[in-house]
Ligand binder design. Structure first.
Ligand SMILES: [Zn+2]
Length: 241
């Protein structure tokens, strides 16, 4: 049996979590919180690399970010949707690891899989706490109902007005290192095709750091990562006093 996590992040594709919130993950690990990332798909629609190469890259990135858990739910890339199967698999993972907080992609995006992933996690966040929504883990053993305290959304393509911004200045190098672990996804002249992902752009490092600088600027720090929450946040003026 695996032990409980403090933080659980769901992502549509391997490398999404690193790109959107690698700095925040590194910060959680640095503070000794137990962090897990669960990817819904293996990114098998991607034109670069193979499943096996991407699995290895994802394991390397997980080591850099000191993840406690990295799993893949093997749902179909490009056809991710909120249905009985994806909901049940997600609720089962939430009840298995009992994280205090959850993360998912923002509910609107350029990539349909990111939208679907956001919707799956939003539903699972609710149903994980419903007594009569039954799941089993290990197979044959009924799980207890359990609902994390909060669900936060991270930013991929489409931007939102952040509910808050996390200062990741002191861990930004680790974030870049973790993204660089996905070597097969980098821009490659020989492939001679338009990049399908951010990481495949010629200047992906510049793109990632300019966004992080933009959000860092908003909180007068060097680098920042933005988050959104639909519910209310308990705010304490002591942060500024
Ligand atoms: Zn993605």
């Amino acid at each position: 049996m695996s032990s409980n996590l403090d933080v659980l992040i769901f992502a549509a594709h391997p490398d999404d979590a690193e790109i959107a919130m690698g700095g925040t993950i590194a910060k959680f690990s640095k503070n000794n919180y137990k962090v897990g990332v669960i990817d819904f798909t293996r990114g098998e629609l991607g034109s670069r690399g193979s499943k096996e190469i991407r699995d290895k890259e994802s394991a390397d990135a997980s080591k850099i970010l000191k993840l406690e858990v990295r799993e893949n739910l093997n749902l179909p890339d490009g056809r991710l949707s909120l249905n009985d199967e994806s909901l049940e698999k997600t609720v089962t993972k939430i009840r298995q690891y009992k994280p205090k907080i959850l993360f998912a992609p923002y509910l609107n995006d350029r990539h349909p899989d990111h939208i679907a992933a956001g919707n799956i996690v939003k539903s699972a966040f609710f149903f994980s706490g419903v007594v009569k929504y039954l799941t089993e883990f290990p197979p044959g053993t009924a799980q207890d109902y359990y609902r994390p305290k909060k669900l936060f959304y991270y930013m991929l393509s489409f931007e939102f007005k952040p509910s808050f911004i996390v200062d990741v200045s002191d861990v930004f190098e680790l974030k870049i290192k973790a993204i660089e672990a996905y070597k097969s996804q980098f821009f490659n002249e020989e492939e001679n095709r338009a990049p399908a992902t951010l990481i495949a752009s010629k200047n992906f490092k510049d793109l990632i750091s300019s966004r992080a600088r933009n959000f860092g600027f908003q909180i007068r720090k060097e680098f920042g990562e933005p988050f959104f929450i639909e519910e209310g946040l308990n705010f304490d003026f002591n942060t500024y006093l």
